[in-house]
Design a protein around this ligand. Structure first.
Ligand code: 8GP
Length: 801
């Protein structure tokens, strides 16, 4: 079998494969097939190609007795998979031509696929990029997650307000998963802990079963494929209560199954709200317990000597959500396999590592011992023993995994991991000096940095065919998995003819986006305006409100001086607010209200417009990023752990206006300070600024533009029917203003005017944009994963063996 490249399949062969699936799998005749039928038939034809690589990779891994990486994550934001598969198999031309020969439009068929939103944001999308890079690099790996029936909610706007509806990606047929009824594990909750014959025995009171669904993850050129294994909850015993049914209680009869299924029904919207705490902890143990049973079963099928576990198994905890893996693995090794406790703890630690994704205090998980002990009584005992053992080994320590009657999952993860990593250089430094300073003192070698990355296959090759084509024409095609080769573009940047092609690709992407917005969202814009884009979860620390304040101030300025030489700009926003995060929802509504007023203003609308696109997801990001001129990365310094959208934008030739936060710092170092619009206070200044009484009032007093913008919001200029609608926002920004929006406004406004001036010189702007592309190769997730393999997992590539 040819493992190098799959693009040898001819269009005719491909067409025949599609028709075969349409007929025999879907039972449809071409004359009666719907778009969904065509999408499924195409997907099956692609899937056939993937399965061959998948089996070959599994065989190789067994033959080599190789170490596997297990990536445990509550979120995998995978988005659509069909185009990804086609691109990675290098079948784009064949697929497009085969469908055309069958009278179908390739893009329409791709559009039919639901976007699998099994994650909230950055952490989940990173997990998806990592899986793709693991496959591209040929590192044997599994992703373990939950097969949520409902992913992140669907967002719409009514009168500018966010509405949430369940997301139903499984309502349409899904071609990518294989149900594995034989891989089913019992997951216990509650019950008693007793001692029998000197052994501790946990007898759970309740249980559900976890059933596996496997999705193959194909790497670049189809050379390797790993597995994303998602668990679905089922009733353990009788899913259906026949007695109740026979009594006529039909709802009661179905209850056991319905209750069990609750666990995998919905993605938790975030961890800043209190609702559903118990369900969330159940989900975490459900995922982790199932994954660990599966890992141990696979290990046992290959090895007799338990001592080999750390050399065959690397388990990555994606944030603290799967942190119960520590005590669970100790429980398996000590209670079930009979290792002495200390040995079990050491062995578990040698297998486990932990990534921290946020320093926000409200996102650091901690469970009340009452709840924890009720659901996981044996684990609570084990956590106490782990913590005691750590205390004994480090008598000087002042921090513990058990305090205030809580189990602290960050501390627990730290103790149980042999490596703990942050996701950008700045974030890792801050971990060492803030949340984990005490543990860092005790374990100075444990914290390491692994700056995030993004997969260039999805985030350049697939989403931006025009730019990819130009790159391939210029430097050949090997850049797609050696992204540093983009450096080879640099000498061409000074060639006006080449730069013109670069600019033409960007402009064509903008025209596409403008057409799409006008047909789907009734937003009509001139593609020559600057497309200024902020797309990410709504959060005060990400400061979408700073961006909209700047829009208001600019609007007022244009109105005061309409004949000046303004740089026309469209500000695009997209992003979801957690359903219980009311302040963030108010910011969305404010942006929509401001958009209404500005876009209707005939005096200014040629110079400034605002659009908030609903239902941000991976697919929308793929549409927006290639068309962006300006990337807004404006978080309060010290708050954004890394960001990955910032990398996607730079790679696709958008210039960044940003603070020195997260990976912005490293992006600026790579692309060059002169190709980045910097503003704002640095992380080390933030605390001092916050300590100044009246910091916001002082900033407002010093900047009449800021004062006027806030006053307009306060006076109801954007909410004339309800002038007080946004007083909570204006009061916040002129009072506590924890995220220092007011304090950073003046410098932000200045940086934006610099952006305006720079954009006027298109030749120079495009030079800067192209240099961003040429110098962003380091931000490939292939680089990140290569470093995890060497520095954390001790895992090897089998791709070329
Ligand atoms: C995010 C960080 O906010 C972002 O800076 C980073 O790029 C990304 O992780 C990947 O490392 N964090 C989360 O998404 C996060 O903490 N999510 C939990 C609330 C679910």
């Amino acid at each position: 079998m040819n493992m190098v490249s799959r693009n040898t399949m001819t269009t005719d062969e491909f067409r025949a494969a599609i028709l075969r699936h349409l007929k025999y799998e879907l039972g449809k005749d071409a004359s009666h097939a719907s778009v969904e039928d065509w999408r499924m038939a195409l997907s099956f034809a692609v899937r056939d190609q993937i399965v061959d690589s998948w089996f070959a990779a599994t065989r190789k891994t067994y033959e080599a007795g190789a170490k596997r990486v297990y990536y445990l994550s509550m979120e995998f934001l995978i988005g659509r998979l069909l185009e990804d598969g086609i691109v990675n198999l290098r079948l784009v031309d064949q697929a497009r031509d085969a469908l055309a020969a069958l009278g179908q439009d390739f893009d329409t068929v791709l559009e039919d696929e639901p976007d699998a939103a099994l994650g909230n944001g950055g952490l989940g999308r990173l997990a998806a990029c990592f899986l793709e890079s693991l496959s591209t690099l040929g590192c044997p790996a599994y992703g373990y997650g939950i097969r949520y029936e409902h992913g992140l909610f669907r967002q719409s706007f009514v009168d500018g307000r966010q509405m949430e509806a369940p997301e139903t990606w499984l309502l349409k047929r899904h071609a990518w998963e294989f149900e594995r009824p034989e891989s089913r594990y019992r997951i216990g909750f509650g019950g008693e802990v007793s001692t029998k014959g000197g052994k501790v025995v946990w007898t759970p009171a309740d249980s559900v079963d976890a059933e596996a669904y496997d999705t193959p993850v194909i790497g670049w050129q189809g050379r390797w494929a790993n597995t994303l294994r998602l668990w679905s909850a089922r009733a353990s015993d009788t899913p259906f209560d026949l007695d109740s049914f026979n009594r006529g209680d039909f709802a009661g009869a179905a209850e056991p199954e319905a209750l069990a299924r609750t666990i995998s029904r919905v993605l938790y919207p975030d961890d800043t709200t209190d609702q559903g705490k118990e369900l969330r902890l159940k989900q975490e143990y459900f995922l982790t317990g199932a994954a660990l049973q599966d890992i141990m079963r696979r290990f046992d099928s290959e090895h007799d000597d338990l001592g080999k576990l750390p050399s065959k198994v690397a388990i990555q905890m994606n944030d603290t959500h799967p942190a119960i893996a520590g005590p669970e693995l100790v429980r398996i090794l000590h209670d079930e396999r009979g290792l002495p406790f200390d040995e079990a703890m050491n062995m578990a630690q040698a297998c486990l590592s932990y990534t921290n994704h946020t320093l926000l205090p409200e996102a650091l998980e901690s469970w009340h011992e009452g709840l924890f002990g009720k659901l996981l009584p044996r684990h609570l005992q084990i956590v106490d023993r782990i913590d005691d053992a750590h205390a004994k080994a480090h008598p000087s320590r002042t921090v513990s995994a058990r305090s205030d009657n809580h189990v602290k999952m960050g501390e627990l993860s730290f103790i149980m991991a042999h490596k703990v990593n942050g996701v950008s250089a700045l974030h890792t430094d801050l971990m060492k000096t803030t949340v984990f300073s005490e543990f860092h003192r005790l374990h100075p070698d444990r914290i390491i940095n692994q700056t995030n990355g993004v997969t260039p296959r999805r985030w350049l090759l697939s989403c931006n065919p025009r730019l990819s084509g130009l790159i391939t024409d210029t430097i050949g095609e090997t850049w797609a998995d050696h992204l540093e080769e983009l450096k080879g573009l640099e000498p061409h940047v000074s060639d006006p003819a080449w730069l013109e092609k670069y600019a033409a690709a960007k402009r064509a992407n903008k025209v596409d986006l403008a057409n799409w917005m006008s047909s789907t969202a009734d937003i009509n814009v001139d593609p020559d305006m600057m497309f200024d884009v902020q797309i990410k979860r709504l959060h005060e620390y990400k400061r979408q409100h700073l961006n909209i304040l700047e829009a208001i101030a600019l609007w007022q300025e244009i109105k005061a001086n309409p004949s000046a030489d303004w740089t026309p700009r469209l500000k695009i926003f997209a992003g979801k607010a957690a359903p219980g995060y009311f302040f963030a929802k108010d910011i969305i509504r404010l942006i929509n209200d401001v958009a209404k007023v500005l876009n209707a203003d005939v005096e200014t609308r040629d110079m400034l417009q605002v659009a908030f696109l609903p239902n941000y997801n991976v697919t929308l990001a793929e549409r927006l990023i290639p068309a962006a001129d300006l990337s807004e990365q404006i978080s309060t310094a010290g708050k954004e752990a890394s960001g990955t959208g910032n990398m996607k934008f730079a790679l696709n030739g958008a210039l960044t206006v940003g603070t020195l936060d997260g990976a912005n710092v490293e992006i600026r170092e790579h692309v060059g300070a002169e190709n980045f619009f910097l503003f704002g206070m640095t992380a080390d200044k933030v605390e001092a600024r916050r300590a100044i009484k009246d910091h916001a009032a002082q900033a407002i007093a010093a900047d009449p533009r800021l004062a006027a913008a806030l006053k307009a919001i306060h006076d109801g200029v954007f909410s004339p029917d309800e002038p007080a609608r946004y007083h909570n926002i204006t009061e916040n920004l002129s009072g506590p203003d924890y995220f220092l929006v007011s304090s950073d406004f003046t410098d932000y406004y200045r940086a934006q005017r610099e952006v305006d001036t720079a954009f006027k010189d298109q030749q120079h702007w495009m030079t800067m944009a192209a240099l961003n592309t040429a110098r962003s190769g380091w931000f490939s997730s292939d680089r990140t994963i290569t470093d995890y393999m060497a520095q954390i997992w001790d895992a090897k590539s089998l791709r070329d063996s």
